[in-house]
Structure formats: C-alpha cells, structure tokens
Design a protein around this ligand. Structure first.
Ligand code: GUN
Length: 289
C-alpha cells in the first residue's frame, strides 16, 4: 500500500528536537531573514520562518525592505548582519527583484552564516562531501527519503529540475549516498521514460501536475517539491504539486503530499541549520537534533 510521507509531522518532530537543543545552550542563536518587496508567496514563507524561529527559542530578526531598495543598500545590510555577533544565520528570501543581482547578494553573505547553503563556498563543500551548511529543501527531502528507504545506495534517482536551490544540491546529496543520479530539465527529450526508471523521483520544476501517474515506476519513492497555485472551476485557489498526486499515489511505494510534504520540512531544516551555524561559529559541538 502507498505510504503518505507526512512532512508536517516529521517537521514538528525536528523542530521540537531543535528547540530542546537550543534550550540546553548557554546562549540564544539568532536568525536574520531579509525580504525585499511584497511578493505574497515570499511574504507567507518569511512569516512562517519567523514564527518557527521564535517557537524553537531562537532570536528572529526580520528585515522587510521596499521593492525599490538599491543593490548597494542591500549589500550594506548584509555587511552589517555579517558583522553583527548576535546574528548566526542570514537568509535572503528569493526571488529578488530584477534590478538586484541575486548572485552578488548571495556571494556577500558570510559562508559561516549562510543557513541557505547557497554561497559558492558551501556549494563546493557540499559537492566535496565536507560537512557544511547545506540547502534546506533538499536536506528535508533526504530526511523524508531516509524515512521510507533506509538504503539509498544503488538506487536509480531522477531529479526533474536543475535549480541551484533544489535540483543541483539534491543531486549532490543523493550521489553522496551512492544513488545513480540523473538530472532532467526543460530540454530533456525523453522525460517520461527517464522518470519511469526512477526508484527515487524528485519533482522540482514548478509546473502543476506535470508528472502523471504512468510516469511513476511501481514502488518508487516520489518527492514532490512543487507548490503551484491553480484556480479551480469554481474560481477558488488550490495548491498542487508538480506530480498528479492521485494518479501517482496508485503506483508509488511512498509519496509526499502538497501541501504538508516538503514545505514544512524546509523550515524545520532551516532552524536546524541556524542552530548548527551558531554552534560552529562558537566552536561548540553541534547538538543532536
Ligand atoms: N525561495 C524559495 N525557496 C527558497 C529557499 O530555500 N531559500 C531562500 N532564501 N529563498 C527561497
């Protein structure tokens, strides 16, 4: 029978573990989250991140900036946060407005405070297998895969989507566990057939229900990273993933729902990264979480 991977419950567990670890510290870690503009989805994510940060017992510093802030002003804020000893983690919510060079901003974050794991130094560490701050969404996906598939070694993993946030770091993590990894993307010509080979299928393309039931290998583990807002016939909004859930659930061994799958895990892993960064910066042992 298909198993539903309950990201919400798993994330609640992780956050409780992080809160316990924080309560045993003799200092309070601080996480700064920077939001530029008022994109509704980004605003919700940032609000949820702030709430989870406080619930876990960390200090939350929210910086909400106007859409028309200059790149120089944003770089000055990053510089200030880098130098602020009460700030252990810095996250700049993406996407940024078009007039700001996101790469320049991410490169300006102190790698030791880079709780997103997007700085080139941390990307290099991840691919080199050095313990580091790793991107939160793929870290959450790995936790969910491990929950249903104790041995990843030798499995065929197909990732649909090649973003720096999900697709590429996901490949590094699955490869580190000795899966045979391929990354498919918009130019892949035989997408359906490739998906059909996957023991582990990661969907991270941002196209509502693109991956259909007959693309799923029977018994596969399906992780749906997509969060797409679609308008139903009755005019109401509904959130759907990149996978046609009902169809895929008929074939998969285990599958994540949308919402309530990957999303909550991303936030839980962010909290863990903030605690990890805080301890590493102070040369303290990283607590079990
Ligand atoms: N936008 C969508 N996902 C993410 C994420 O994981 N981190 C940041 N900073 N922005 C995002």
């Amino acid at each position: 029978m298909t198993r539903l991977i309950d990201g919400k419950a798993m994330a609640a567990n992780l956050r409780a573990g992080a809160a316990q670890a924080v309560s045993a510290l003799d200092f309070k870690p601080g996480l700064a989250v920077v939001l530029v503009g008022e994109d509704p989805a980004s605003s919700v994510y940032v609000r949820n991140k702030g709430k989870a940060t406080i619930e876990a017992g960390l200090n939350s510093f929210e910086h909400k900036l106007s859409e028309d802030i200059s790149e120089g002003e944003l770089l000055s804020l990053i510089d200030k946060l880098n130098k602020d000893d009460s700030v252990d983690g810095i996250l700049v919510q993406l996407p940024l407005p078009a007039h700001i060079d996101a790469e320049r901003i991410l490169n300006a974050i102190d790698p030791d405070k880079d709780v997103d794991g997007f700085h080139p130094t941390n990307v290099g560490r991840l691919w080199s297998g050095i313990a580091a701050l790793a991107p939160c969404t793929p870290t959450g996906c790995m936790r969910m895969i491990h929950g249903v598939l104790p041995k990843i070694s030798g499995k065929e993993a197909v990732i649909v989507g090649r973003s720096n946030i999900v697709g590429k770091p996901m490949a590094a993590m699955l490869l580190a566990q000795s899966a045979t990894v391929s990354i498919a993307h918009s130019q892949t010509t035989d997408l359906k057939e490739r998906c059909q080979t996957a023991d582990i299928l990661i969907a991270a393309v941002g196209r509502p229900e693109m991956i259909r039931g007959d693309w799923i290998k029977p018994g596969a583990v399906v992780i749906d990273v997509g969060i797409n807002r679609v308008i139903q016939d009755d005019g109401k909004n509904r959130l759907v993933g990149d996978v046609a859930f009902g169809e895929a659930a008929e074939r998969a061994r285990a599958i994540t729902p949308v919402p309530g799958g990957v999303g909550p895990m991303t936030i839980a892993c962010l909290i863990e990264n903030a605690v990890r960064a805080a301890c590493m910066r102070r040369s303290r042992p990283i607590p079990e979480m």
